[in-house]
Design a protein around this ligand. Structure first.
Ligand code: UDP
Length: 322
């Protein structure tokens, strides 16, 4: 089976490529390296290119008959999306449409889309299942929700089958220590906490301690990047088995506060982690926790590295040796 992984040089994409390679798939990565790293692509053919360039897409689809396409290439910073919506709609929506149009033109019919908990906006109930209202509150979330809706229409009109996977907080790293999170600038909690543990940052700033949660800090559902990868494989299998298009929320169903993450990181690393308390970050809901029962029952998805200490230990290995 041949898979095209768009954004395969990025954090989640590179872990996906390694998993596909281990399972015997023939993988092509298309990445413009705006945020990804060439050396993170293991065991795949690499094509440098941008989804903006329809000629590259046509050439790729003419050369290789792909059995599925996975799309990880998107900008992910909520705050930046508010300041620069044009950048987000161009990259995350318009370029995705370019990819879908090329797939349709070349009759490639199976698509797995990286979506996000940000499509739900401020939650009205926790845990968040698939039926929860979609009211994104920033251009990042709105763009992802637009693509999800576009996919519904493309299925109806053109028969393109897709699965949207809404990640909650992707975290952790390859347990072998070969891959990990390398964002620049890094904005995610766990890598920042571990950089503070390693002495690469003076401290971690906790964004807000007056939320309506037991310890006053925000609660998130951290899910291991390899468990997300497994969900992608199961989603593709669903489509190959003739399943209908679908969307799933992916998390472990357990919420951890920022303080709990820091305490767990202290226990895992055995290091001091200096903490400062700062203002709330705009647009952060107090609590985001997934109800992933649908992914478990319909896809047969079981997270194997669900424990927060395991997630942090894998990320720590990468922080020390990556
Ligand atoms: N956070 C924090 N300090 C940081 C980075 C993040 O307190 O330096 C908090 C953030 O406010 C949120 C949680 O950690 O409540 C997870 O943030 P992250 O950016 O990792 O993921 P998000 O939830 O935004 O997808």
């Amino acid at each position: 089976m041949r898979i095209l992984v768009v954004g395969g040089a990025g954090y989640i994409g590179s872990h996906m490529v390694k998993l596909l390679n281990q399972r015997g798939f023939e993988v092509t990565v298309l990445d413009n390296l705006c945020n990804g790293h060439r050396d993170a692509v293991r065991g795949a053919r690499f094509v440098l290119g941008d989804l903006y360039e329809r000629e590259i897409l046509d050439q790729l689809f003419e050369e290789t008959r792909f059995d599925g396409v996975m799309h990880f290439a998107s900008y992910i910073q909520v705050g930046e999306s508010v300041r620069e919506p044009a950048k987000y709609y161009r990259n995350n929506v318009f370029k995705t449409q370019n990819l879908l149009d090329a797939m349709i033109a070349h009759r490639v019919g199976h698509f797995i889309f990286s979506s996000t908990a940000a499509i739900f906006g401020e939650p009205i109930r926790i845990p968040i299942d698939e039926t929860h209202p979609k009211q994104p509150i920033n251009p990042y979330g709105r763009g992802k929700w637009m693509v999800e809706q576009m996919l519904e229409d493309y299925d109806t009109a053109y028969g393109l089958k897709s699965v949207c996977l809404r990640y909650f907080n992707a975290a952790g790293a390859d347990p072998d220590g070969e891959l990990g999170e390398r964002h620049d600038p890094e904005t995610h909690l766990i890598p920042l906490v571990l950089q503070a543990a390693a002495g690469r940052r003076p401290h971690i700033t906790v964004f807000g301690q007056d939320y309506a949660t037991p310890d006053g800090t925000c609660i998130r559902d951290y899910v291991h990047v390899n468990d997300l990868g497994e969900a992608h494989l199961l989603a593709l299998q669903r489509l190959w088995d003739g399943g209908t298009s679908a969307a799933y929320n992916l998390g472990n169903g357990n919420g951890f506060s920022v303080r709990e993450v820091i305490d767990t990181a202290r226990a895992v690393t055995g290091r001091e982690i200096p903490v400062e308390y700062g203002e709330r970050r705009a647009g952060d809901p107090a609590r985001l926790v997934a109800d992933s029962r649908q992914a478990q029952t319909e896809l047969g998805w079981t997270p194997h590295r669900a424990d927060l200490a395991t997630i942090i230990a894998d990320a720590w290995r990468w922080e020390l040796h990556g």
